[in-house]
Design a protein around this ligand. Structure first.
Ligand SMILES: CC(C)(COP(=O)(O)OP(=O)(O)OC[C@H]1O[C@@H](n2cnc3c(N)ncnc32)[C@H](O)[C@@H]1OP(=O)(O)O)[C@@H](O)C(=O)NCCC(=O)NCCS
Length: 173
């Protein structure tokens, strides 16, 4: 049976952490690996909410560490589903930092995660489609096919000859 499309907002996941001494490197900056762990947790909760099932991380890409996050700062992770395919979903995670005392939040990092949904017997299962509404949701939805083709080619799971979206993108630019 065809699953009903779900809005992005329905599974949006916001997670907040405080950078403690044990999370940092000798410069007093949040370790990349610790941040990746938090990103994976926020992204997996978002994916599981969208798929309404257990999910496993299949890949992580386009990870950018744009600015350091410092000891004592508050980290806010915002995870949203961009698009669903057959048994997998792409999740975007945006990371912001602010002072402990509050004030403005500044964007620090981002990444795309792919999760595969599993049933109770750990077999891959179909996922519900995503219904993008806002301009940003539509932009991320439209770019998802291209990113999927790039990651599947990199993983040796797609023949570059079949990457129609990537070819179209290159021809346009
Ligand atoms: C991810 C996993 C379920 C894929 O299983 P598989 O049988 O190799 O997958 P398939 O080739 O049939 O693909 C299944 C889906 O995963 C996607 N996928 C597979 N490899 C992928 C990759 N490297 N990047 C992105 N998506 C990938 C496929 O595109 C497909 O999606 P679709 O059904 O929406 O089209 C399997 O490799 C696995 O269990 N890996 C371990 C997961 C894990 O333990 N994660 C925790 C972090 S270590």
């Amino acid at each position: 049976m065809k699953k009903k499309a779900k809005p992005v907002e329905a599974s949006k996941t916001i997670m907040t952490e405080l950078v403690m001494p044990n999370d940092t490197n000798p410069l007093g900056h949040l370790m990349g690996g610790n941040l990746m762990r938090w990103m994976d947790i926020a992204a997996s909760i978002c994916a599981a909410r969208h798929c309404e099932s257990t999910v496993v991380t299949a890949s992580v890409d386009l990870v950018s560490f744009d600015y350091p996050i410092k000891l004592g700062e508050v980290v806010t992770l915002v995870a949203t589903v961009t698009r669903a395919f057959n048994t997998s979903v792409e999740i975007n995670v945006q990371v912001y930092a602010s002072k402990f005392e509050g004030g403005d939040m500044f964007k620090r990092n981002s990444a795309f995660f792919t999760f595969v949904a599993l049933d109770a017997k750990h077999r891959k299962r179909k996922v519900p489609p995503v219904h993008p509404i806002t301009d940003e949701e539509i932009r991320l939805y439209e770019g998802a096919l291209r990113r999927r083709q790039i990651r599947l080619i990199s993983a040796g799971k797609m023949d570059p000859k079949d990457a129609t979206e990537v070819k179209e993108f290159i021809n346009k630019t």
